[in-house]
Design a protein. Structure first.
Length: 318
């Protein structure tokens, strides 16, 4: 008899080893979201790995929570996606004061294959704040989260991962920024100015608008930036522009800042057309008068006279 013991043990050991290393994994995940006090929140409960041979037909889900939520009132409860029928679920927000439960059984007793990351259901509660509400899976005893299929219990043949979640207090909505530069009503501003403003507490991005009318019915710039400035380019000369900024974070947007305006500088004048003395003329007086045609928008003229065409030596620079 002894000569059979070793082969049988080897075969049995191989079967156990193959079974262990062929185990699949089903992962349950509670979503993490941000909220402000008084907000109705929808917490997603998702599943991965429940497909193919791991398709399931029964599920019991238990979630513990710390204080900071209300589980009664308008619009609280559960919502479901299309792979299961809502009537197949038995949800209980008030399993006890710190536990939420939900149970599902396929109405036709057939296993359902869920895509990875599929949201089985949403838990809709009111976040009271002010602190983080921790949401953790029940994994033992009478509040053990489990799923089965037509083969029976999956425990021992499938690994289970549990990802906990939470409701995090969202930052307050930022206040409207204070504009800095260009100063309001300024004139002679470059046609490529940099707009700047003061930082707003809790802001993550800023929304900048520039228009040629104070009602912003036509928009020249409509952009978001993460800094407190925005350089503009290729603005029109001698044009009045209006601009405003608002601050944004995950909780929402501030009001718009006050509206400021600036007027760009006049366009540079064109090069003058020379008049006298005529080009290439000879026998010119030693005290000639140089003349040229006026250039639009010119306020002064810069005159140079040299004895060489490259103007490396200058006789007049006025």
């Amino acid at each position: 008899m002894k000569k059979f013991i070793i082969p049988l043990l080897i075969i049995f050991s191989s079967l156990i080893s193959a079974n262990l290393f062929s185990q699949n994994t089903i992962t349950f995940t509670i979503g993490t979201i941000q909220a402000i006090p008084g907000q109705l929140v929808s917490i997603p409960i998702s599943i991965s790995g429940a497909n193919g041979t791991n398709a399931i037909g029964v599920g019991q889900f238990y979630i513990f929570h710390t204080s900071g939520i209300t589980k009664s009132g308008s619009n609280v409860g559960f919502t479901y996606d299309s792979l299961t029928n809502p009537i197949e679920w038995l949800g209980n927000l008030n399993y006890n004061s710190t536990t939420i439960s939900n149970t599902w059984m396929s109405s036709n007793f057939n296993d359902v294959s869920f895509p990875d990351g599929y949201i089985l259901f949403y838990i809709n509660v009111i976040y009271n704040g002010p602190d983080t509400v921790n949401l953790t899976w029940g994994t033992s005893g009478i509040t053990e989260t489990m799923v089965d299929n037509s083969l029976g219990t999956l425990y021992g043949t499938v690994n289970f991962n549990f990802n906990n979640g939470k409701i995090i207090p969202a930052p307050p909505i930022p206040t409207a920024p204070n504009l800095l530069s260009p100063a309001n009503d300024s004139t002679g501003v470059s046609h490529s100015p940099t707009l700047s403003w003061q930082a707003s507490a809790n802001a993550t991005i800023y929304h900048v608008q520039v228009s040629t009318d104070s009602s912003f019915s036509t928009i020249q710039v409509n952009d978001t930036v993460t800094t407190t400035s925005r350089q503009l380019s290729n603005l029109q000369y001698s044009t009045k522009y209006y601009w405003r900024v608002r601050a944004i974070n995950s909780s929402g947007s501030s009001d718009w800042s006050s509206v400021w305006n600036f007027t760009t500088q006049v366009a540079p004048p064109a090069a003058p057309t020379l008049s006298l003395p005529a080009n290439g003329s000879t026998g010119v007086s030693l005290s000639p008068t140089l003349s040229w045609q006026a250039s639009a928008n010119a306020t002064s003229y810069h005159v140079q006279v040299s004895t060489d065409s490259s103007f490396s030596t200058i006789q007049v620079n006025d």
